[in-house]
Design a protein around this ligand. Structure first.
Ligand code: ADP
Ligand code: MG
Length: 242
């Protein structure tokens, strides 16, 4: 008998996304099961953000088949987090309140989430006045508070300085090692895009390389960095590491 977590979270069959004449995704076939840590890599414009938006239900496919286990809750993070002009604690609490948590419960839960990312000390500060790294940590706390089963991150550390990058990366690792609201049998699934191949090596279990909207390589992380690659992917890795 297979365990429930072996059922796919998403199953994409030849998914295509078009924006006018631009083919942002071109017949992408891909299955992700719970607990995977998938890195999306590829040049600018290769379709990473579009794929993340499709996975997060924020963009519709123009063609192909898309199945998703809707019972698994998702949260999404972007390169530049959107912060409301209120305290860090309220930014997290509002997300909980929008999900139906009473305000008087949301406030302490928000504080606990901020504690988890080491930001309890600035809980009362206006989130818009925080540094980029702190804002990204508030965004992670906000995601965390919602106890998602799936975390989608679009270049979450791209605009951060090296120190903040490391902090956010450590929190991503921590997040990936946890489990969602459904319990320990349901490990968190993480899909993130990144240009930082060191980060990909440290965080991913599987690497997907996209080029012009096509999925060119889809390999376990060890094989991606040590095995033979399609020529385009090999040149990309060489270029990014240089
Ligand atoms: P990446 O995240 O890898 O840089 P994107 O998914 O953002 O790639 O973009 C893939 C392609 O789709 C690019 O050519 C981009 O210009 C185009 N594209 C993405 N979003 C839109 C949009 N909303 N309208 C028009 N074109 C878009
Ligand atoms: Mg992008």
């Amino acid at each position: 008998m297979s365990s429930p977590s072996a059922d796919p979270w998403v199953d994409l069959r030849q998914v295509t996304v078009r924006y006018g004449r631009v083919q942002a995704l071109d017949q992408v076939t891909l299955c992700i099961v719970p607990g995977e840590r998938v890195a999306l890599v590829g040049a600018n414009g290769s379709g990473k953000s579009t794929l993340l938006r499709v996975l997060g239900g924020l963009a519709d496919a123009s063609g192909g088949g898309f199945q998703c286990n809707a019972r698994l809750r998702q949260a999404m993070l972007f390169q530049r987090p959107h912060m409301l002009r209120t305290s860090a604690q309220n930014n997290v609490a509002l997300a909980l309140w929008l999900r139906g948590v009473r305000w008087r419960d949301a406030r302490p839960q928000a504080l606990a989430a901020l504690q988890r990312v080491g930001l309890q000390g600035i809980a009362a500060q206006n989130a818009r006045t925080l540094s980029g790294g702190q804002q990204q940590r508030v965004a992670l706390a906000r995601a965390w508070a919602l106890r998602p089963d799936v975390l989608l991150l679009d270049e979450p550390t791209a605009s951060l300085d090296p120190h903040a990058k490391r902090e956010v990366e450590a929190l991503m690792a921590d997040f990936a090692a946890s489990h969602g609201a459904a319990g320990p049998a349901h490990p968190v699934t993480m899909v993130f895009s990144s240009h930082n191949l060191g980060q990909v090596k440290r965080l991913a279990s599987r690497v997907i390389y996209l080029e012009h909207g096509r999925l060119v390589a889809d390999l376990p992380v060890h094989d991606f960095f040590n095995g033979p690659l399609p020529e385009a992917a090999r040149l990309f890795v060489k270029g990014e590491l240089a």
